[in-house]
Design a protein around this ligand. Sequence first.
Ligand code: GLU
Length: 290
Amino acid sequence: MPPPVFRFAPSPNGFLHLGHAFSALMNFESARRGQGRFLLRIEDIDAARCRPEFEAAIYQDLAWLGLSWETPVRRQSEHLADYRAALDRLAALGLLYPSFESRAEIAALVNAREMDGGWPRDPDGAPLYPGTAKSLAATERERRLRSGAPFALRLDMEAARRLAGDLTWIERGSGPDGETGEILARPEAWGDVILARKDIPTSYHLSVVIDDALQGVTEVTRGQDLFRSTAVHRLLQEILDLPQPVYRHHDLIRDAEGKKLSKSSRAIGLRELRSGGMTTAELRSLVGLP
Ligand code: GLU
């Protein structure tokens, strides 16, 4: 049996907090226990929010936690050709369409529908894409593409579901409602997700799936906030003939008010804790690790 491959995949758009420490330690220690490999991946496709100083801080904070990882580290921004190749395959299957709306236009469409009796939301609470770009006449689509109008590429969810059939994944952790074991994937709950953003020819969903496959990741251990996204990941794996890892979604570390820690809220940063004199042993006990 080849060794299991684990990964920790932070985005350098802020300093790591306690929740990241928990996830990184879980991955690193599971790899060590299972005589597996531990990879670090920098998910830096969001050029507006990612910064080199945050990436440098990730390495420092993880080293302080006692982690070591294989090099070179995969940086998503350096592999756009891999994502483009996947988009080409999806396009050849007729599963993508360009959507030209601005955020404001989408918000207005959602508002109108909400006033009209409600509009469905995705599992993260964002309204599903309400646009009509999928049914644009071919000539109009061509005209807009030729005019150089910016566009995102969306997955035709209905067609993708039809092609892939029913899908499940193996969950060794649990979802927010305690779901565990073999989970039925419901990617349709996300609607026609964006696979290539207007500003960069990929998206979180696409690059995470391609990278996990290219890096040979066999175990995806990450926060429960990504449990429901796994349905989209399974769908893309199936359509692109990629192997499926085993998933383990873990509890999120919450702040004193019970809210999920985030880089933007006043989450407790590892740097602050470190400079405040906390030891790694104290940090482990704070996040409930032995
Ligand atoms: N880059 C994502 C984050 O920082 C994690 C992606 C994943 O583990 O699948 O939340």
